[in-house]
Design a protein around this ligand. Structure first.
Ligand SMILES: [Zn+2]
Length: 352
């Protein structure tokens, strides 16, 4: 039994006789039949009392308790689990998952934290980490803190282990930054309640992804301007037919016609998520393409609306499309920088 635990047995609650087995009783000095009892046991772990229903074996001849390693271990596991819960101490599973996040062996993690070679092995096998070690383990769940540790404190890792870890950290930190970027971009684009300016729909990032990918897949030589016009017509046409937009995006009056309010943020978000690729074309504008696998979240009627827009306007040049939008009441009756109300959709030149 670990040195930081003492135990005190209290009441016998239940007895179960196991006739077929024998255990060695040190009082009787021979193999004896024994019985298993469930007793309330109070363990003291680092000064904290923890009471559990423990299984213990007793000699049937003299009544003395017989030590049984496996049972004792099971009881301790229950006690430690309770202690961990109360004190916020990392579980063996959590340590294993930290280790696998950084692709480290038990020994390597020990060397990274300068805890000695077998400390992690002991913790993963159920020993309780000290408070200081516990804090350290929780801290390094964040890759940023591992980088800080390597940069500012150093470790006992070999140069090649450290190089591997640093390159993995690079990937993890980029992923983390990426996640933060995507989250804040979505928030920036869609942090509003549905109103007439969003076509009475809530911003739906999954539908935006699918709309953009569908336009990319079906329109040749797609520029940013052209993509904006295709999205504008799709959302407004759908509102005209069904009283609700597809994406929940808001559109603003910009010099080249209506465009998604926050279009720059939107394109950066879609590019980071791997939905679109933006590359320079032979002309002086950027070409937008997509090789993303669709997830089919749009409703049939929404796909039909998009199809109508692509069929009617998809072959027009960006400037022809821009000219067309300038004729729309949605554009004529709004000023530069204004959000465009979907009420203008009723006067849209397209029909479903
Ligand atoms: Zn005995």
């Amino acid at each position: 039994m670990a040195s930081d635990v003492s135990v005190q047995r209290v009441t016998g609650l239940e007895r179960k006789v196991l006739w077929m087995e024998r255990l060695f009783c040190y009082s009787c000095e021979r193999l004896v039949p024994f019985e298993q009892r469930t007793v309330q046991e109070t363990y003291s772990v680092r000064g904290e009392d923890i009471t559990i229903s423990a299984q213990v074996n007793h000699c049937q001849e003299c009544g003395e308790q017989i030590f049984h390693e496996e049972l004792d271990r099971k009881n301790l596991d229950i006690v430690y689990a309770e202690f961990r819960k109360r004190r916020g101490i990392v579980s063996p599973e959590r340590i294993r998952s930290i280790r696998s996040q950084y692709n480290l062996s038990q020994r390597a993690l020990g060397r990274l934290l300068r805890l000695g070679e077998i400390t992690i092995h002991r913790y993963e096998n159920g020993s309780l980490p000290s408070d200081a070690h516990n804090e350290l383990l929780i801290l390094i769940e964040n890759p940023l803190n591992v980088k800080k540790l390597l940069d500012e404190v150093g470790s006992d890792l070999s140069p090649s282990e450290e190089a591997d870890l640093r390159s993995l950290l690079g990937v993890l930190l980029r992923t983390e930054t990426q996640k933060l970027f995507v989250e804040s971009a979505k928030k920036l684009l869609g942090d509003y309640s549905p109103t007439i300016y969003s076509g009475f729909a809530k911003f739906n990032p999954d539908k935006v992804k699918e709309m953009v990918a569908l336009v990319c897949n079906n329109v040749e030589g797609l520029s940013k301007t052209k993509l904006m016009k295709m999205l504008f017509y799709s959302d407004f046409l759908h509102f005209k037919g069904y009283g609700v937009s597809i994406s929940g995006l808001r559109y603003a009056h910009l010099p080249y016609g209506p465009a998604v309010h926050g279009w720059n943020t939107m394109l950066a978000w879609l590019e980071r998520e791997g939905i679109i690729e933006i590359s320079p074309s032979e002309q002086d504008w950027d070409l937008i393409t997509s090789s993303w696998d669709l997830e089919a979240v749009m409703e049939d009627s929404e796909v039909e609306t998009l199809g109508t827009v692509i069929k009617t306007l998809g072959t027009l040049s960006a400037s022809a499309l821009s000219d067309l939008t300038h004729l729309e009441k949605a554009y004529r009756e709004t000023k530069k920088g204004d959000l465009i109300s979907y009420e203008y959709a009723l006067d849209l030149s397209l029909e479903i």
